[in-house]
Ligand binder design. Structure first.
Ligand code: EPU
Length: 358
């Protein structure tokens, strides 16, 4: 593909929610040179509001119309790089275009028996988006494989590099999501994978899905397949039901707040004659606790909530789906608030959306 500029573009096909959306201008590009060309020849397109859209799997256009410019990177090259100085033989370095579909990359590396990305199988989205929101699942996250992120600085018109240490990766978090970040269009990522086996099977269901395969015979492809099975049992199939994956983040709170949350939950159970169960959370090493939002949504009785065409997915209520196929953004936002209000009433904690709303 070459540079393509479309005014008043329809974005519906570029998002996984399947909710109608348009934008003032869509710029589809492969390389930073093309972005420089846009900056030089069509300056107005980049001087106002700009949003970088990857696989559209974590975004909701709240008004159905985005008046700014949407940048969409189509660069989908994958190239193996020579080892850097002093690097162990087991290390594999790959340069990957931001437009590569993450699940295709998982297949590419699994076929070559490179370890690192196998637990991220079947996550919708592209590599650029994965580098921004640090996608994670089944005990792994994207940042664990990132060596370097390359981006076009939209205001300074030049290519900039961010080594992993400068990306400030955390749970569904990175420097690129903070207000400190300049306006960037990520166009490629250098990943560091390994030839050495490192199966991560800690997550309930993953080991079981591998049957009785002995640990030393397990390959990245087998894990990817097992993860696909586990995911498809719980999560909607994006080709059948529109969604943006987990709509909310799991709340991370100081562990000291747990007794207060537990109190609020007990009082809610008494008031509503709900059977009380102890809170579900994982304590982190840093004095924080990550609560299970799916559990909170389920136990506070949100599962049946819906709004217009939007509903919660029955086996993973963290996911808001376009159940009717004709939901509008306002349906999703109304359901978001209903869930937030109910969970806050029950636990005194307000869930934060993970999905980017524009
Ligand atoms: N649960 C319920 N009721 C339900 C469903 C689940 O109580 O109806 C409870 C279960 O008891 C389970 C807990 O919720 O123990 C957690 O569920 P799950 O294992 O699916 O994990 P999650 O924390 O809800 C996160 C990610 C998912 C990722 C899974 C697996 C976030 C926001 N979501 O979900 O990511 O696939 O872990 O690692 O962190 C995504 O981001 O789009 C996504 C799907």
């Amino acid at each position: 593909m070459m540079l393509r500029i479309t005014h008043n573009a329809d974005l519906t096909r570029l998002t996984t929610f399947g909710i109608h959306a348009e934008c003032g201008c869509l710029v589809e590009y492969d390389s930073p040179d093309e972005l420089r060309q846009v900056a030089d020849e069509h300056h107005g397109l980049l001087s106002g509001e700009v949003f970088c859209l990857g696989g559209g799997s974590n975004v909701l256009f709240a008004d159905g119309f985005y008046r700014g410019t949407v940048l969409h990177c189509a660069g989908d090259a994958i190239e193996e790089l020579p080892p850097s100085d002093g690097q162990a033989d087991s290390v594999v370095r790959l340069r990957v275009g931001a437009g590569v579909v993450l699940d295709n990359l998982v297949d590419y590396v699994a076929a070559r028996r490179y370890w690192g990305l196998e637990n991220l199988a079947a996550i919708p989205g592209r590599v650029g988006g994965a580098a921004v929101q640090n996608v994670g699942a089944y005990g792994a996250d994207f940042s664990q494989c990132v060596e370097l992120v390359r981006a076009f600085d939209i205001d300074r018109h030049r290519v900039v590099e961010y080594p992993a240490e400068e990306c400030a990766y955390g749970y569904r978090q990175s420097y690129f999501k903070t207000p400190d970040s300049p306006r960037l269009a990520i166009f490629e990522v250098v990943l560091r994978l390994s030839r050495e086996a490192n199966p991560r099977l800690g997550y309930a269901g993953v080991r079981e899905a591998l049957g009785d395969t002995p640990q030393e015979e397990i390959t990245p492809a087998m894990i990817a397949e097992a993860i696909r099975k586990v995911r498809s049992a719980k999560l909607p199939d994006p080709s059948e039901v529109g969604s943006a994956g987990s709509y909310f983040k799991n709340p991370v709170v100081p562990a000291a707040e747990l007794p207060g949350i537990e109190d609020s939950w007990e009082r809610f159970c008494d008031r509503h004659s709900v059977a009380h169960m102890p809170l579900q959370y994982h304590e982190g090493a840093d004095g924080t606790a990550k609560l299970s939002a799916a559990w909170m949504i389920d136990k506070s009785g949100c599962k049946e909530l819906s709004s217009g065409g939007a509903a919660l997915w029955p086996t993973q209520p963290l996911v808001i789906v376009n159940r009717s196929g004709s939901a509008i953004a306002a349906d999703v936002l109304a359901l978001q608030r209903m869930v937030q209000d109910r969970v806050e009433e029950a636990f005194g904690v307000r869930l934060e959306p993970e999905v980017v709303r524009l």
